[in-house]
Design a protein around this ligand. Structure first.
Ligand code: ZN
Length: 310
């Protein structure tokens, strides 16, 4: 079988079409387009494999990317995101690669060790000719590495066994190194997917008339200016009662803006509920009320707003 090395990550890949914009279907980078000039530049440069793999993960996350010569230098500066974001991206990817609940995730340790052995030799020019396993194996394993920005076996084990299985319970590990996405994992992915598709930002705050100007002039305007829809549920009719509608709205929101001025219990609940779902929270409080903010939330960076009325 003829193998081609992906111009970006040098992984074995299926086809590189010969004319004009080449379309590459790489197991690690996904499908992307590349012209003759960037192709020649990548071939001529001695880019370390760790940098190639970062570029590959970045391109994989963008889908249908067109690589241009002028962006190569910027791409070399791409760094992996935070550990929690890598774990989340890995989990989301697993639900796409294994979309049927209950399916075994194929991570055979022997194959993985072989894959990493192969990857470590990528800089040797003859490596691509010496491959002895079917290409399908690479298409099964490399997207997993790419989604989690994973560059070593140690990291893979950390994300799968420790982070996603033992710590978060989003995966289940059974005998013989078999992994499954747990009920909790599915629930988490589906909730965050809904949130990612949404354009709304849930606003949790006191609805006293003192803060009305603050809401209209700062919060609402700011959210709209950023291109989002502010969602505010006026709780005056159901004081201190968190109803199903509020829960559903938070679940569907991309973000929660939580203003703790006037210390309303509902705001703490809504921020905590959003936090538990993995939804980003913007913590805010008016300057003169900041000292009253509950101790448990002080670990988060709270935006302190001026003491004068807005
Ligand atoms: Zn690639």
């Amino acid at each position: 079988m003829n193998y081609y090395a992906c111009p970006i990550c040098r992984s074995p890949c299926r086809t590189i079409s010969p004319e004009g914009f080449q379309k590459v279907d790489c197991p690690r980078c996904g499908t992307y387009k590349i012209g003759h000039t960037p192709l020649a530049l990548l071939e001529a440069q001695d880019i370390p494999k760790e940098i190639r793999w970062n570029i590959s993960s970045y391109i994989h996350s963008l889908k249908e990317y067109t690589l241009k010569a002028e962006t190569i230098e910027d791409l070399k500066e791409v760094h992996p995101p935070r550990v929690s974001e890598r774990a989340e991206s890995l989990l989301h990817h697993l639900t796409r690669q294994y979309p049927v609940p209950g399916t075994k995730i194929k991570i055979h340790p022997g194959n993985m060790i072989y894959i990493f052995e192969v990857l470590s030799k990528q800089e040797e020019p003859e490596y691509i000719e010496s491959l002895k396993v079917p290409l399908e194996i690479f298409y099964e394993y490399l997207p997993i590495l790419s989604a989690g920005w994973i560059t070593s076996l140690k990291e893979l084990i950390f994300f799968l066994t420790e982070y996603l299985t033992s710590d978060l319970g989003y995966l289940e590990k059974r005998e013989n190194n078999e992994y499954f996405i747990s009920a909790r994992g599915w629930d988490y992915v589906q909730n965050t997917q809904k949130a990612n598709d949404s354009n709304s930002i849930f606003v949790a705050m006191s609805f006293s008339s003192d803060l009305e100007d603050f809401y209209l002039n700062l919060v609402e305007k700011g959210i709209k200016k950023a291109g989002y829809d502010p969602i505010r549920v006026d709780r005056t009719e159901h004081v201190n009662r968190i109803d199903d509608e509020i829960i559903a709205l938070i679940k569907r929101s991309k973000m929660v803006v939580a203003d703790f001025t006037e210390q309303k219990n509902g705001v703490y609940f809504e921020a905590g509920f959003g936090l538990g779902l993995g939804i980003p929270i913007i913590w805010m409080c008016r300057h003169d009320d900041l000292k009253r903010v509950h101790f448990d939330t002080r670990q988060y960076n709270t935006i302190e707003l001026g003491s004068r009325r807005l």
